[in-house]
Design a protein around this ligand. Structure first.
Ligand SMILES: [Ca+2]
Length: 599
């Protein structure tokens, strides 16, 4: 076993930086100065009106407002769905949930995640050279061998990765013991290579730092979806107890103390299992300390950007923030002359974190880095004063019927999100773009900017918006489809259609509102059609007998029929939504709330 152990050490040492000058030398000639670094920052449950540059009533986003003045602000930018998992799945695949299979949220005990048949943005950039290709240069294997053995390596790691015993990756000796049972030498090498990367690589080109929420079990973990390094929480931070629960509505209790009794389930609260914080496959803190999470993210981002930019290799950094989802962190509230309201304090904390990321980019790789900031869906209205602002997009027709017109709905308040692009010298400064764009466009646009190729054999719903971003065009989508996300109809079904300035609803329904009301689900064979340019609040649909309605109706029906046919002809995936309590992340099953801390 001596040779194998030496290789483990060699790879580990290489990734930890001691062989870095050698690796750097090998790679620079190929990529230096040619392709931009990409930073994608995704805010959670942030309202369109939570961005001061969008909505003057908001005074808590000084850093984001500055980024808007130095870059491009999109005022008609949309989530790909109006709830977490499907919106994120579409960001990473460029495809609607009907194609990629993710139509609603995954749970703490979900066995599945984003289907493995889908290619993620990270995987595409990894294959195009954004991953360093260090292994080739270490002469462990050819790329073809790695690819051929990848399914085996993935399967092996998922079989041997036991969350209750932490990961195998930081334990090379344990790994070697397990590997003794594998006869095939090449397979052994692949596993060693892969697990070393997952456990040791801190200098990789593709970096995920985030709330993932696309499956955490086995092969669905981000480390197996193209991210060489992962630091973050596996799902929303209200899906597990913590010691500092922060602000929620209704409030949730802290995790039970050591030796405490099991408590009764409380409605809308997870009380039995603590929220984990991962570094790669390993749980490094459970429960996560929400008060220090933003600081940890800032530290990891700065570390990564510093190391990656020093190498002059292009990198992808995906930062999916916990902000502005509830619970709002109990961080000591930042000074606020207008009072100490938790949501506004949380907004300022998020703004400060984004400012720190931008400052780090500016001081290290300003001319070579493209930052794209966007929201994943609108505010969660049932959280009352802990929900954000929809700005002018109040969804009046729906709120008159009862229920909310924000998160989980296809009304503008749930679907239209803040978005900014920043790249000094490339993206024009202080420009407001009215182009109709979407989170779906991030995938094809970033692939184009990176000089990579779209995966073959599937259709995409996003478009390459690089001409818009670079100030060469105002042309966004003519048509955009909004999938149902929990408030009405079947999950993922396309029953709201955006066509230029018009929007048609074939189904309506309100999400749970602050007052507890739920708008009734209503189907409209003759759709409600709104003219958003004249009626941003979606208060009064066009009269069905009017000429404008009659002109728009056949066009809407035509594009809807066309997209459904296109999806029927496409290679589509199906997500596994089954649950098994055994896959609940738990670093210490002997503690009632799975408590541990290793950092
Ligand atoms: Ca969300």
């Amino acid at each position: 076993m001596g040779w194998l152990f030496l290789k483990v050490l060699l790879v580990g040492v290489g990734f930890s930086g001691l062989l870095y000058p050698f690796v750097d030398f090998c790679i620079n000639g190929k990529t230096a100065g040619q392709r931009p670094n990409i930073v994608i920052i995704l805010a959670d449950d942030m309202g369109w009106g939570d961005l001061g540059a969008n909505w003057a009533e908001t005074k808590d986003t000084a850093n984001l407002d500055k980024m808007a003045s130095e870059g491009m602000r999109f005022v008609d930018f949309h989530a790909a769905a109006s709830t977490c998992s499907p919106s994120r799945a579409s960001l990473l695949t460029g495809r609607l949930g009907l194609r990629n299979g993710v139509t609603h949220n995954f749970e703490v005990s979900s066995l599945g995640g984003l289907p493995l048949s889908e290619s993620t943005l990270a995987e595409v950039l990894q294959q195009s050279g954004y991953v360093t290709g260090i292994i080739d240069r270490m002469n462990l294997q050819t790329k073809e061998q790695q690819v051929a053995l990848w399914p085996f390596a993935t399967q092996w790691v998922s079989q041997h990765w036991n969350c209750r015993e932490k990961a195998v990756s930081p334990r090379p000796l344990q790994l070697l013991t397990l590997l003794r049972e594998e006869d095939d030498e090449t397979k052994r090498e692949t596993v060693v290579w892969r697990t070393c990367i997952l456990g040791q690589l801190h200098l990789a080109g593709v970096h995920g730092l985030c709330k993932w929420h696309l499956g955490h079990h086995g092969s669905y973990h981000p480390n197996f979806r193209g991210f060489d390094y992962y630091f973050g929480i596996p799902y929303s931070h209200d899906m597990g107890c913590t010691d500092t629960p922060g602000y929620n509505h209704p409030p949730c209790p802290a995790c039970p103390p050591a030796g405490g009794p099991l408590r009764k389930h409380e409605r809308d609260c997870y009380v039995d299992v603590a929220l984990p914080l991962y570094e790669n496959l390993r749980i490094v803190e459970q429960p996560v300390n929400l008060s220090s999470l933003a600081g940890k993210y800032a530290e990891k981002v700065a570390q990564f950007i510093q190391q990656a930019s020093a190498s002059r290799r292009p990198f992808l950094l995906y930062v999916a923030l916990a902000h502005m989802h509830v619970p709002i962190s109990a961080t000591p509230l930042l000074p606020n002359p207008r009072g100490q309201r938790p949501y506004q304090a949380g907004l300022r904390e998020m703004d400060s974190l984004v400012g720190q990321i931008k400052d780090k980019v500016d001081s290290t790789a300003k001319e070579h880095t493209f930052i794209w900031f966007a929201g994943d869906n609108g505010p969660w209205a049932q959280k009352c004063e802990l929900a954000g602002s929809v700005g002018p997009f109040t969804g009046l027709w729906q709120t008159r019927q009862g229920g909310s017109s924000a998160k989980q709905t296809t009304w503008e308040g749930g679907h239209r999100v803040p978005a900014l692009a920043y790249w000094p010298g490339q993206v024009p400064a202080n420009v407001t773009s009215p182009a109709l764009l979407s989170v779906l466009d991030i995938f094809p646009t970033v692939v184009a900017l990176a000089g990579a190729s779209l995966p073959q054999g599937r259709h995409f719903d996003g478009l390459d918006a690089s001409d818009v971003l670079l100030g060469r065009s105002q042309m966004g989508h003519r048509v955009l489809f909004h999938p149902n996300s929990g408030a009405a109809g079947e999950y993922g079904a396309l029953q709201a259609v955006r066509l230029e300035r018009y929007k048609a609803f074939f189904i309506t329904g309100g999400a749970k509102a602050c007052d507890g009301s739920l708008g009734p689900e209503q189907r409209h064979d003759l759709p409600l059609i709104f003219n958003l340019e004249e009626d941003a609040a979606e208060g009064a649909p066009l009269p069905r007998g009017g000429a404008e309605y009659q002109a728009v109706l056949p066009r809407v029906r035509k594009v809807l029929t066309e997209v459904l046919q296109d999806i029927a002809d496409d290679n589509t995936s199906r997500a596994d939504y089954t649950q098994d309590p055994a896959v609940t992340p738990c670093c210490n099953p002997y503690h009632i709330a799975c408590r541990c801390q290793t950092v």
